[in-house]
Design a protein around this ligand. Structure first.
Ligand code: HEC
Ligand SMILES: [Cu+2]
Length: 332
């Protein structure tokens, strides 16, 4: 075995930082909002780096030049050097101006104002999921926010219960979701793709599980998505498992908590009218597949601690659950 070098451990730790991908990094901006914060961060970082280098260099010079040597008298301290005192007062003040001006400018630029043609979406935080209402489209969905590429998006954010915070690092944020109050962010995404984010304000048992997804679609893909979402829920063909599932849904507690357009009016949980078109369930925690849906329906709190979708009482039979899964999957 080769000899251990003292620097190998710090080097390994340092290089670990170079891995990736980093899906939730603010350092990979994909909207004007995120770019503005990134530019601000980078600018301030270099000011801080310059200050660090200058201060450390002066420190090293002082340590070496004025170190104690045998037979040498103690160095003479300087008192009342007006020029030096003015310099070290003005230099930090000047640097603070270079930090403060862009900071204040970025705060105003990202305050949530948007052009009149922006796509407006209301965002409502719930314990522990996100509701999205597209007023102009008359469309309600949950946990996966679709937006078109290149068009400004304005989110009006609030909460139905406690304080949450909406945050999708590559696109912008964070913004608190406060009950009885509306906060705004606006951004213009500049790349098609799927971005993940999460609640950034401790909000209870499943705070860490309160994720979200933003899908930036091309203009035409967004149009197709909206058309599908606007259509009523698919009616299951007769004799199928999905049809049996619809009947189970209609006679279970589900209807008290979930809306399926034309089927049930509940508003405690996410709108399920097109739940089959989502890629994940439970605010981005699990893939939207049969196995996870079945486990979720049988006992949601075992998958997501504290989930307000309680265990069904009396428990559903396996056949009922399988039928419900088929029904939910048919709601494309
Ligand atoms: C007491 C209210 C309540 C009842 C009853 C209820 N749910 Fe839920 N459901 C919720 C809540 C709240 C969530 C969001 C939970 C979370 O993500 O933390 C949810 C989430 C879901 C999801 C995931 C949706 C998504 O987009 O992530 C599905 C699917 C679902 N419920 C199906 C059902 C079915 C089927 C039934 C009936 C067997 C049912 N629910 C009964 C409250 C309820
Ligand atoms: Cu939260």
């Amino acid at each position: 075995m080769s000899r251990y070098r003292w620097w190998s451990t710090p080097a390994a730790l340092f290089l670990l930082g170079c891995g990736g991908p980093f899906p939730q990094s603010t350092l990979h901006p994909h909207s004007d909002f995120a770019r503005a914060t990134d530019v601000l961060f980078t600018g301030i970082f270099w000011w801080a780096a310059a200050v660090f280098v200058v201060v450390e260099a002066l420190l090293l010079v002082a340590l070496v030049r004025f170190r104690h040597r045998e037979g040498r008298p103690a160095p003479k301290p300087t008192h009342g050097h007006t020029l030096m005192e003015i310099a070290w007062t003005l230099a930090p003040a000047a640097i603070l101006v270079f930090v403060a001006v862009p900071t204040v400018r970025t705060i105003f630029a990202t305050a949530g104002e948007a052009p009149a043609d922006a796509l407006k979406v209301d965002v409502i935080g719930h314990q522990w999921w996100w509701e999205f209402r597209y007023q102009e489209l008359g469309l309600v969905t949950a946990n996966e926010l679709h937006v078109p590429l290149g068009r400004a998006v304005q989110l009006s954010i609030t909460s139905a219960d406690v304080i949450h915070s909406f945050w999708i690092p590559p696109l912008g944020g964070k913004r608190d979701a406060i009950p009885g109050h509306v906060t705004r962010i606006a951004f213009r995404p500049d790349r098609v793709g799927e971005y993940t984010g999460q609640c950034a304000e401790f909000c209870g048992a499943s705070h860490a599980n309160m994720r979200l997804r933003v899908v930036v679609d091309s203009d035409s893909a967004f149009g197709r998505w909206a058309t599908v979402q606007l259509a009523g829920p698919a009616a299951p063909a007769s004799g199928t498992a999905a049809e049996r599932g619809k009947a189970v849904f209609a006679r279970s507690a589900c209807i008290g908590c979930h809306t399926i357009r034309g089927v049930s009016p509940g508003v405690i949980g996410p709108n399920l009218t097109h739940v089959g078109s989502r890629t994940t369930i439970a605010s981005g925690l699990f893939p939207n597949d049969s196995a996870h849906l079945a486990r979720w329906i049988a006992d949601a709190p075992s998958l997501k601690p504290g989930s307000l979708m309680t265990r069904m009482q009396p428990p559903l039979t396996d056949a009922d659950i399988a039928a419900l899964v088929a029904y939910l999957q048919s709601l494309q």
